[in-house]
Structure formats: structure tokens, C-alpha cells
Design a protein around this ligand. Structure first.
Ligand SMILES: [Zn+2]
Length: 268
């Protein structure tokens, strides 16, 4: 990914998505917000106790960098499910269909409607149909990954916009890497049960015989390929949030004493 600096604000972009000229997008770093202490400084979550006014200001700062504002932003309200909603403009405000309380992914084909998803180790995936001009963003931790979250988004884009997966470009955000994502046997078993191809992304732990390691990037990539996305259209950040807490919040590393990272994408 490429790092963009605007004053104190620093965020990352996928060069492949940027080059299309169709979208503005960003994945946040910790730099350039107003939060303090363990939330320093670009914290994009209210769930871990930060001052709401500061979080609001952070959203203002990062959306302004994308040429928009929080009123034009639809945020995924994630709960580790696989619900995907479609967002659209109605009069002067946005709406979503369906209207569940929680949803881990958003798609839209409306210009100037920003969609965002948030996490702190979780995998945020960006989707851009370059032909029909539609976008998506999804949040997936290990549960979302095991439940084939990206497949649900691709299917939603097919159903809502008529997207051909071959036309969809993908960006996979900084998130917890194989280097750091250790699990117990029941989690690995759930992967094997739900996704028969996940076994080759599950590895013995180098130091702890009772633990395993899982490559979430590999599994999400294979899910996308099996959904019809072309390998050359997938850009993987390949940056582990737990290894890089100077730049990102990491739940595994910091527990609840942390902020949240965010991904944003908007059709121009
Ligand atoms: Zn790591």
C-alpha cells in the first residue's frame, strides 16, 4: 500500500484502486487524530471508552481528507455476522436496505456516498466493480472469514448491481497476519468444518504445541478466487496490525485499551 500524508494525518491507499480514478478511499493509521492515551490518536471506534467528541472529530478529519463528511458516511455496524446491506441516497439522507441493527458489510453504486468498516486486527476488504461502478466494504474477523464473508459481498454485488466478479477489484487491509494469529484447536476445527479449503492455511505454532496459527489473508483470498474474482485483481496489504502497533490498533496486542482502525471507500 502507499502512505499518504496530509499534515499530521497519515493513511494508506491501494495503488491499484487509486489508479482507476473511480474512487476515493483510505485505510486509517493511528496518526493525525485528536484522541489521547491508549486511543492516540486516530481512533475510529466508540466501543472501547474513548471520548465521543474526540471520535467524532476523528471521523470529521478523515472524511474531510476524502473530500466528504460524516453525514455522507455509512458505517458498518459489525457483529461478526455476514449481513450485507445496500446503501443509497433518499432525498438528502442515506438509507440502507435491509435495515438490520447490525451488518458487517455495505455495498452501493451511489456516487459521493462513503461507506466504511472498522476493526482492530480484523480484515477489512474493499470491493470495486470498475465496469458497472459499484463498491463494497466488509469487516471480517476469524468468524467472518470462516463464514466466507467476501463471498457474501460478491453475491450481493451480483444480485444488486449485476456485477461480474471478473470486473471486481479487491483491496485487503492491514489486519492480523499469520505471524501473530494464534488459535486453539476448536477455532481451527470450525474453519475446517465450514470451509474445506481452509486446512492448508492452518499451521502448527512454532513455540506452543497446543496452539495453531491461521492465515486469514490466505483464506479470504481463496474465498474471493472461488467467488470468481481474478487473482490479478486482488491487492493484499500484507501488513500485520499486531506487529505494527505504532501504526495500527491491535486488539490481540492491546486488549480493550485501544482504539479502532477504519477503511473508507466512495465513488467519485
Ligand atoms: Zn504479526
Amino acid at each position: 500500500m502507499e502512505r499518504i500524508k496530509k499534515g499530521d494525518l497519515e493513511y494508506l491507499i491501494f495503488p491499484s484502486l487509486e489508479k482507476t480514478g473511480l474512487v476515493r478511499h483510505a485505510f486509517s493509521t493511528r496518526h493525525g487524530g485528536v484522541s489521547e492515551g491508549v486511543y492516540e490518536s486516530m481512533n475510529l471506534t466508540l466501543r472501547t471508552g474513548d471520548d465521543p467528541e474526540k471520535v467524532c472529530e476523528n471521523f470529521r478529519i478523515i472524511t474531510e481528507a476524502l473530500g466528504t463528511d460524516p453525514a455522507h458516511l455509512v458505517r458498518a455496524r459489525a457483529n461478526h455476522g455476514t449481513t450485507v446491506v445496500r446503501a443509497f441516497w433518499k432525498n438528502d439522507s442515506w438509507e440502507i436496505v435491509p435495515k438490520p441493527e447490525k451488518y458487517d458489510a455495505v455495498v452501493t453504486n451511489e456516487p459521493n456516498l462513503c461507506i466504511g468498516a472498522f476493526g482492530s486486527d480484523c480484515v477489512i476488504i474493499f470491493y470495486l466493480d470498475t465496469k458497472l461502478k459499484a463498491i463494497g466494504i466488509s469487516h471480517g474477523g476469524w468468524r467472518g472469514t470462516a463464514d466466507a464473508m467476501p463471498m457474501h459481498v460478491i453475491e450481493k454485488m451480483q444480485a444488486e448491481f449485476g456485477s461480474d466478479p471478473k470486473d471486481i477489484m479487491i483491496g485487503i487491509s492491514p489486519s492480523i497476519g499469520r505471524c501473530c494469529f494464534e488459535v486453539d484447536t476448536p477455532v481451527a476445527d470450525e474453519f475446517r468444518e465450514k470451509l474445506d479449503y481452509s486446512d492448508k492455511y492452518i499451521f502448527p505454532h512454532e513455540e506452543k504445541p497446543e496452539k495453531l496459527k491461521i492465515d486469514l489473508w490466505g483464506i479470504n483470498t481463496e474465498t474471493l478466487l472461488r467467488s470468481g474474482v481474478l487473482p490479478e485483481n486482488i491487492e493484499l496489504a500484507g501488513i500485520c496490525t499486531m506487529c505494527h502497533t505504532e501504526d495500527f490498533f491491535s486488539h490481540r496486542k492491546m486488549g480493550m485499551n485501544r482504539g479502532g482502525n477504519g477503511g473508507f471507500i466512495m465513488l467519485r
